[in-house]
Design a protein around this ligand. Structure first.
Ligand SMILES: Cc1cc2nc3c(=O)[nH]c(=O)nc-3n(C[C@H](O)[C@H](O)[C@H](O)COP(=O)(O)OP(=O)(O)OC[C@H]3O[C@@H](n4cnc5c(N)ncnc54)[C@H](O)[C@@H]3O)c2cc1C
Length: 382
């Protein structure tokens, strides 16, 4: 290996790239990270839902206890509008302390940034990668400011935003958008989340601090209309949409929208480049799978690098083993999420009843319910 060559270069210090760098460090593998944003950039206001499995990863990296503003979800109530059938998932039934956790993206990235600094991992902030050149012996990375770096393995964790991203192998535009904001209700949430399926798309209320984070999905046209409503009109529309289990909606933060799609680029990497997190797959947020799959990508890749001799890191055999190892979890999560979106986002009467029966079956068949819950918490190996 030539002296100037890095073992691993990671493009992007978002949650997935940062977790990958920290997990590699635990495995004794040195990684250098390049991040387009400056070190003092403030992350946006998006809210994430982390599974218990993701918490375990962050625990093992010593990051979990340093994250501010985490709200556990101990119960989830799942229902559909205009039909019978509902189910409840309870952390105690699955034997985990919480089914998931709600936290601000900004709080997670701040804790990870500190962990990267504490671990003395080199992060070049304010450096945008323009182009990646794969190669049999090493991959080269070209930055906007004219530098070229080489590595045995380049890990692309840029959230799928790089201009040079390959075309997805599979893509579905749901023609839906998510309207996201925070809402305050009359009654306390008691750590219960609500997932409500409606013909227009699913809506989720996630406990956050003393209130809720809302993810309301709707057709693109409806979402734009909903986001433009006045506060009073919005609160009344939300009550009609999700019902009044939490009493009245009292207040809402400004609404934001983002488009929803499925894009599977995959990690069937060759030539010393691998894609992880949102750079490899983008999922609809309905089942909260996308982000958690991304963290498992990072964790599994780092472990595999740790099990691989230094001179073999990034070679075709290692990357093929990585792609093989991730296929079941990733495609399972994609299929599960896509099924939920398409099954529930319509108003065909026979389907409506089938869905009601499905939810009731989950309620009366505890092994099936536990299976579905563990799938959501731990992925394919749940
Ligand atoms: C607008 C929006 C809203 C979302 N809202 C939610 C939500 O409410 N709930 C939820 O669960 N999920 C949400 N998601 C999805 C969630 O944010 C992702 O699953 C998660 O952030 C993926 O992590 P990541 O590290 O793969 O990518 P990212 O978090 O996108 O991080 C990628 C990092 O790479 C850097 N980067 C990009 N290009 C380059 C480059 N060329 N060179 C160097 N660095 C680069 C970026 O600056 C960034 O720091 C949302 C996504 C978007 C886009």
């Amino acid at each position: 290996m030539d002296a100037g060559m890095n073992d691993v270069l990671i493009v992007g210090a978002g949650p997935v790239g940062a977790v990958c760098a920290l997990a590699l460090r635990q495995q004794g593998v040195v990684a250098r990270v390049l991040e387009a944003q400056p070190a003092d950039a403030r992350a946006d206001t998006r809210i994430l839902a982390l599974s218990h499995g993701s918490r375990l990863i962050l625990d093992r990296l010593g990051v979990w206890d340093t994250i501010a503003d985490v709200t556990p979800i101990t119960r989830i109530h799942i229902s559909q509008r205009g039909a019978l059938g509902a189910t409840r998932l309870d952390a105690e039934e699955i034997n985990v302390p919480a089914l998931g956790y709600v936290l601000p993206y900004a709080a997670l990235t701040l804790a990870l940034k500190q962990a990267l600094a504490d671990a003395r991992i080199d992060v070049d902030y304010g450096v945008t990668v323009e182009r990646i050149e794969p190669g049999a012996a090493s991959a080269a990375l070209h930055t906007v400011d004219g530098r070229a770096l080489t590595a045995s393995l380049v890990v692309v964790a840029d959230g799928g935003r790089g201009d040079a991203a390959p075309a997805p192998k599979f893509e579905r535009d749901y023609n839906q958008m998510a309207v996201v904001c925070e809402v305050w209700t009359e009654l306390p949430h008691a750590n219960r989340a609500y997932e409500r399926f409606t013909p227009q798309g699913p809506a989720a209320l996630l406990p956050k601090g003393d209130h809720y984070a809302l993810v309301w999905t709707a057709s693109t046209a409806d979402a734009q209309r909903i986001a433009a409503l006045s506060d009073d009109e919005f609160l009344a529309a939300l009550y009609r949409h999700v019902g009044g289990r939490q009493g009245l909606f009292l207040r809402a933060s400004p609404r934001k929208t983002f488009p929803l799609r499925l894009a599977y680029t995959g990690s069937e990497a060759a030539d010393r480049v691998v894609r992880i997190g949102n750079a490899a797959q983008i999922l609809h947020p309905v089942s909260g799978q996308g982000f958690n799959i991304g963290l498992r990508d990072a964790w599994e890749l780092a472990n595999l690098c740790g099990d691989t001799a230094r001179g073999e890191i990034g070679n075709a055999a290692m990357l093929a083993a990585y792609a093989r190892g991730r296929r079941l979890d990733v495609l399972g999560g994609l299929g599960f999420t896509d099924f939920l979106v398409r099954m529930f986002s319509n108003d065909i009467a026979p389907l409506r009843h089938t869905r009601g029966l499905g939810l009731m079956a989950l309620e009366v068949l505890p092994p099936l319910k536990t299976f579905v819950a563990r799938r959501m918490i731990f992925g394919a190996r749940g």
